[in-house]
Ligand binder design. Structure first.
Ligand code: SAH
Length: 252
């Protein structure tokens, strides 16, 4: 991606509570379905944490030692400020690092958490490469863009075929998990408020400030236009895709 465009995207997204679809209620549902308990001392990695919405929620709900990783230092800086202001610095350690070269030890973690991020290296590659960081019986808890139906209109099919050809149905994703040595524990679909109320509507409110900060530049306008196009596609085709949440146990 062009340097200027990446800078603009960072500027647009670093002020958001979340950098992708999700919700506190849904994060809580993941905790419950995974059977994570407050009285367990858990070691968790949040991979592709963004500004850390999940890490902060987990730190507040659980007795966990969390490593929050993202390759964008701008997002990690925001998370650092939040952990300080919320008194969570002992619970959350941050790391600027790419998810394809994580410096973790084998069997270091009880839980690998990743919301809306694994697509950056691809689901199949990610679940296979990350598995060694999990303890035996450790849990992988992640969200991944997923087809909700067997057939889709051509426009949305073509869009995702070019954006992320690994998008697939839940059954296909679960098959990938099983082949990689995980056993599925739970699956659910992020409801539309996770996209609209929690992600797109707050983002839309930041468009005018972004344009103003960048003197209404051509590049700022095209970043906003691209986001608007994504929102429009979601609104028209939300029956056909969402983030699926996958919870799976490492069994071999
Ligand atoms: N989990 C957060 C952020 C999701 S957006 C949330 O739900 O709000 C995806 C995140 O993945 C972004 O923060 C982006 O910077 C990060 N990312 C993209 N490619 C990455 C890579 N190769 N290594 C680490 N993080 C990456």
């Amino acid at each position: 991606m062009e340097e200027e465009c990446l800078k603009l995207l960072i500027d647009l997204h670093k002020n958001g509570k979340r950098q992708g679809p999700g919700g506190d209620e849904e994060t809580n549902k993941m905790i419950e379905l995974a059977g994570l308990k407050q009285n367990e001392r858990l070691k968790i990695a949040d991979i592709g944490c963004g500004t850390g919405v999940a890490s902060i929620f987990l730190a507040n709900q659980l007795n966990a030692n969390i490593t929050a990783v993202d390759f964008l230092p701008e997002f990690i800086d925001v998370l650092e400020q939040t952990t300080k202001s919320e008194g969570l610095s002992n619970n959350i350690k941050t790391l600027v690092c790419s998810m394809d070269s994580l410096p973790f030890d084998d069997e270091e973690y009880d839980v690998l958490w990743s919301e809306g991020a694994i697509y950056n290296i691809g689901f199949e590659r990610g679940v296979n490469e990350w598995k060694r960081f999990l303890k035996q019986d450790g849990l992988l808890i992640l969200s991944e863009i997923t087809w909700l139906t067997e057939d889709r209109p051509a426009e949305i099919q073509n869009h995702w075929d070019s954006e992320y050809p690994e998008i697939d149905t839940a059954s296909a994703k679960i098959r990938v998990l099983e082949k990689a040595g995980y056993s599925p524990i739970a699956y659910f679909v992020l409801p539309k408020n996770c996209w609209l109320d929690n992600y797109y509507r707050p983002m839309e409110k930041r468009f005018s400030d972004l344009l103003e900060r960048h003197g209404n530049s051509q590049s700022a306008q095209s970043v906003v236009e691209a986001e608007k196009k994504e929102i429009d596609l979601y609104e028209r085709y939300k029956k056909y895709f969402s983030y699926g949440v996958y919870i799976a146990k490492k069994v071999r």
